[in-house]
Ligand binder design. Structure first.
Ligand SMILES: Nc1ncnc2c1ncn2[C@@H]1O[C@H](COP(=O)(O)OP(=O)(O)OP(=O)(O)O)[C@@H](O)[C@H]1O
Length: 318
């Protein structure tokens, strides 16, 4: 059957038809439909938004985070269409909770979200202010509110990223952390549209934090889970990190790193395996070892300089 919108080409051969000839059809450019969600974003987003999406796409895995941004892009586009037809606009709140173990990409994604939001016109600047308990909580009455207000002010137009946010509830009712939470809640009411607040931390701790602070869940409607990376993902991350630095792994080094990462992940006594950060540190350590190894070599080729070999990977930490 001739597929609609296709045109016959001159290539004609197929063993499945009796006379052994079949017309092959090519879809003409004019009716080419986008095949994937990414293509669809690319064809509907202005160039600057699409470019910001490329940074997100380059990250290995993180499907949920990517999907969320495509949804927001689609929503904004619908709002434009709704506006043309004088329909009510859909207004949503973009404050978020990022749950996951260390090194799973939470801060990296937050930084890219800031850029995408800026290009989309949701945020005016899109910068990231990364804070933790010590930055928000003060030492005397009134100090916390002052510190928190100042940080919110700095974050206006961008993203306020609160790492290990659950630690704000650590000391209970009497702790100054409670004051920071109250102050933050007030800031969300007063300036909630002028910045995006992201609360980040371990999944279980963040879940109990939200349960214990009933005002929070409705103000943070978007929850993203950052799963631990698989060994294959971590190896792809290693490759992408090295490519960016113009280094590479020899086949032996790749295998050695892979086996090491696998062992680390499976080690039941290793409670703080820091995913992609662990890999980044391992690579940086290997790059230093390679430099020492090559001190003894007089004439270095481009290949020597670029390649990390098994002996560059020596695990000094347990
Ligand atoms: N999917 C990914 N692709 C490429 N690099 C990644 C990816 N995820 C994380 N990284 C890199 O790993 C390092 C750690 O990531 P990041 O700081 O975003 O993790 P995190 O979840 O915020 O950790 P923590 O909770 O400990 O602050 C960074 O150098 C980052 O660029």
């Amino acid at each position: 059957m001739k597929p609609t919108g296709y045109q016959p080409s001159t290539e004609t051969y197929d063993e499945k038809v009796p006379h052994r000839i079949q017309v092959v059809f090519h879809r003409p450019e004019r009716v080419k439909q986008p095949e994937t969600l990414v293509d669809r974003v690319r064809t509907t987003a202005p160039g600057n938004v699409a470019a910001a999406f490329d940074d997100l796409e380059r990250l290995i895995g993180l499907t949920e985070a990517k999907k969320l941004m495509y949804e927001i892009h689609a929503l904004l586009r619908m709002n434009k269409e709704r506006e043309k037809h004088q329909l009510k606009l859909e207004k949503q709140v973009f404050h978020m909770v990022f749950k996951g173990n260390p090194g799973t990409g939470k801060t990296t994604v937050a930084r890219i979200f800031g850029r995408i939001f800026r290009e989309m016109g949701i945020l005016s600047k899109g910068h990231l202010i990364e804070v933790e308990r010590a930055d928000l909580v003060g030492e005397f009455i009134g100090h916390t509110a002052q510190k928190t207000r100042e940080l919110v002010k700095k974050a206006l137009g961008g993203i306020l990223f609160i790492d290990e946010a659950y630690s704000l509830a650590r000391g209970g009712e009497k702790d100054f952390g409670k004051e920071a939470i109250d102050c933050l809640t007030k800031a969300l009411e007063d300036h909630g549209n002028d910045f995006v607040c992201i609360l980040a931390g371990y999944t279980d701790e963040m879940d109990s934090f939200l349960e214990l602070n009933p005002g929070m869940p409705s103000r943070f409607p978007i929850h993203l889970k950052f799963a631990d990376y698989t060994v294959d993902e971590l190896m792809k991350i290693a490759d992408s990190m090295l490519e960016a630095k113009e280094y590479k792994l020899s086949p032996g080094a790749k295998e050695k790193l892979k086996q090491h990462v696998k062992a680390k992940q499976n080690d039941i006594f290793e409670t703080n395996f820091s995913n992609a950060r662990y890999v980044r540190n391992a690579l940086e350590q290997a790059i230093r070892k390679q430099a020492i190894r090559l001190l003894a070599v007089q004439e270095l080729t481009r290949e020597d300089i670029m390649t990390l070999v098994p002996e560059d990977f020596v695990w000094t930490t347990s």
